[in-house]
Design a protein around this ligand. Structure first.
Ligand SMILES: NC(=O)c1ccc[n+]([C@@H]2O[C@H](COP(=O)([O-])OP(=O)(O)OC[C@H]3O[C@@H](n4cnc5c(N)ncnc54)[C@H](O)[C@@H]3O)[C@@H](O)[C@H]2O)c1
Ligand SMILES: [Zn+2]
Ligand SMILES: [Zn+2]
Length: 382
C-alpha cells in the first residue's frame, strides 16, 4: 500500500515527508495506522548526530548505513492487519509503540527488566526485527524505522513485540506520550530514584521527560520538588504539575536546595536536559546529598566519554549514579498502569501536549522544541 512518512536522509538535515510503499506484514508483524507521534528529543539526536553516524562515516568505516530512516519512537495507533503467528494483538486493537521490544522470554524480560530485552540489541540496526529486511520503501530505496517503530508515519509495519495493547477509551495522543516520555520520566523518579515520601528531588530539564519525573516525584509524596530549566514557561508548567520550587540552572538551585534541606542536599537529582554533557553530571552530584542518587536519563552524544566528578565525595558520601532507559519500566505493565492512573485523574497527560502538528509540519514541531516552546509537541495523523 501507499502511505506517507517523515524520513531523515542523513545527519544535519530536515525531515522530508514522502509517499512511500509499505509491504504487508510478514510473520509476527503488524500493520498499524499511526494516529499520534510524540516529538521526543531522542529523534533530534539522530538529526544532530549525537546518536547516529553519518552516511559518510558508515561508508568510510565499512559499516551498514543507518539512513534513510523513518523517525519516531513515541506513538500510538490502531491495528489494521496482523501477519502469520501474531497472537498478542488483533485488528481494531489500540496500541502504544514500545521503543524497546519486549520478547517476554529473554533473561531480562523474565526477571522484570523488559526495558533491557535482548531483542533491543538491533534497535539502531537496519530493517525489521524479524529478518533484517525492510517493509518500507521509497522506489528502490529500503527505509529503516527509528527504534524499530517509526511512528512519524501514517502507517507502518512493526513486530508485535514492539506494541502494547491499551484500552480503546483513552485518547491516542495521551497513549502516545506514555509510550516514551511519560514512562521514562515517571519511572526515572519512581523506579530509579525510588523517591520516598518527604524527600527532596531535583529535576533538571523540563521537557516531555522531565515534567513526568516531576509528576512521579509528586505521586511519591516528595516534600521538595525543585524543577530546573532556564525557560520560564517550563518552570511555570512544572509548578502547575507538582514542582514546589524552580531554578534557572543547577548553580542557582544549589543555595535553594541547601536552604530547603538545612544543608543535607537532595535525596535524588534526575538529569533530563535535552542533551547530556559531562559537566552536567559533576554539577548534579554537587546537588546530591549523602546516600543520594543521581539518575542519568538524558542522552549524551555517543562520543561523550568524559565527566568530571568528585570521586572522593562519591565514596565518602555514599552517592550513587544510575543510568536508566525507558524509566526502568516494563512496557507491558507500566504503559497500561500509567494509563489507568491517567483515567483516575492522578497522572496528567492532556496538559503535557502544548501543540499538535500535522505530519507535514514536523520540522516546525522540532523547531518549536529547540526554541523551548513545547512541553511536548505531538503529530496527529488522522
Ligand atoms: N533514557 C531514556 O530511555 C530516554 C528516553 C527518552 C528520552 N530520553 C532523553 O531525555 C532527554 C530529554 O528529552 P525531552 O524530550 O524531554 O527533551 P526536550 O528538549 O523536550 O526538553 C529538554 C529541556 O531541558 C532544558 N535544558 C537544556 N539544558 C539544560 C540545562 N543545562 N539545565 C537545565 N535545563 C536544561 C531545555 O530548556 C528543555 O526544556 C533527551 O536527551 C532525550 O533523548 C532518554
Ligand atoms: Zn523518547
Ligand atoms: Zn526479552
Amino acid at each position: 500500500m501507499k502511505t506517507h512518512a517523515a524520513i531523515l536522509w542523513d545527519v544535519h538535515q530536515d525531515w522530508q515527508v514522502e509517499e512511500i510503499d509499505l509491504d504487508p506484514p510478514k510473520a509476527y508483524e503488524v500493520l498499524v495506522k499511526w494516529h499520534a507521534g510524540g516529538l521526543c528529543h531522542s529523534d533530534e539526536h539522530l538529526v544532530t548526530g549525537d546518536m547516529a553516524l553519518s552516511l559518510e562515516t558508515t561508508r568510510s568505516m565499512g559499516l551498514p548505513d543507518m539512513f534513510p530512516v523513518i523517525g519516531g519512537h513515541e506513538g500510538a495507533g490502531v491495528v489494521l492487519e496482523v501477519g502469520p503467528g501474531v497472537t498478542t494483538v488483533q485488528p481494531g486493537d489500540h496500541v502504544a509503540a514500545s521503543f524497546f521490544p519486549a520478547c517476554g522470554r529473554c533473561r531480562y524480560c523474565i526477571t522484570g527488566q523488559s526495558n533491557l530485552c535482548d531483542m533491543g540489541a538491533q534497535t539502531f540496526g537496519f530493517g525489521q526485527i524479524s529478518d533484517g529486511t525492510s517493509r518500507h520503501h521509497l522506489g528502490d530505496q529500503d527505509l529503516s524505522i527509528m527504534a524499530k517503530v517509526g511512528t512519524f508515519a501514517e502507517h507502518g509495519v512493526v513486530h508485535e513485540n514492539s506494541l502494547v495493547k491499551v484500552d480503546p477509551d483513552v485518547p491516542l495522543t495521551a497513549v502516545a506520550l506514555v509510550s516514551c516520555g511519560v514512562t521514562t520520566g515517571w519511572g526515572s523518579a519512581i523506579h530509579r530514584a525510588e523517591v520516598k515520601p518527604g524527600e527532596t528531588v531535583v529535576v533538571v530539564g523540563i521537557g516531555g521527560i522531565g515534567i513526568n519525573a516531576v509528576q512521579g516525584a509528586r505521586m511519591a509524596s516528595a516534600l521538595n520538588i525543585v524543577a530546573v530549566d532556564p525557560v520560564e514557561f517550563k518552570q511555570k508548567a512544572a509548578l502547575d504539575l507538582g514542582a514546589t520550587h524552580v531554578a534557572a540552572s543547577m548553580a542557582e538551585a544549589l543555595p535553594l536546595v541547601t536552604e530547603l534541606t538545612r544543608g543535607q542536599l537532595a535525596d535524588s537529582v534526575i538529569l533530563t536536559p535535552g542533551v547530556l554533557y559531562g559537566d552536567l553530571l559533576g554539577q548534579a552530584l554537587s546537588l546530591t546529598g549523602k546516600g543520594g542518587t543521581c539518575v542519568v536519563t538524558a542522552i549524551a552524544p555517543m562520543t561523550q566519554t568524559e565527566a568530571s566528578i568528585n570521586l572522593f565525595e562519591l565514596a565518602m558520601w555514599q552517592k550513587e549514579v544510575r543510568g536508566v532507559i525507558f524509566g526502568a519500566g516494563n512496557p507491558r505493565f507500566d504503559i497500561p498502569n500509567l494509563l489507568a492512573l491517567y483515567k483516575s485523574g492522578q497522572l496528567k497527560l492532556d496538559e503535557l501536549i502544548t501543540t499538535t502538528y500535522r505530519l507535514d509540519q514536523i520540522n516546525q514541531g522540532y523547531q518549536d522544541m529547540r526554541d523551548g516552546k513545547n512541553i511536548r509537541g505531538v503529530l496527529v495523523m488522522d
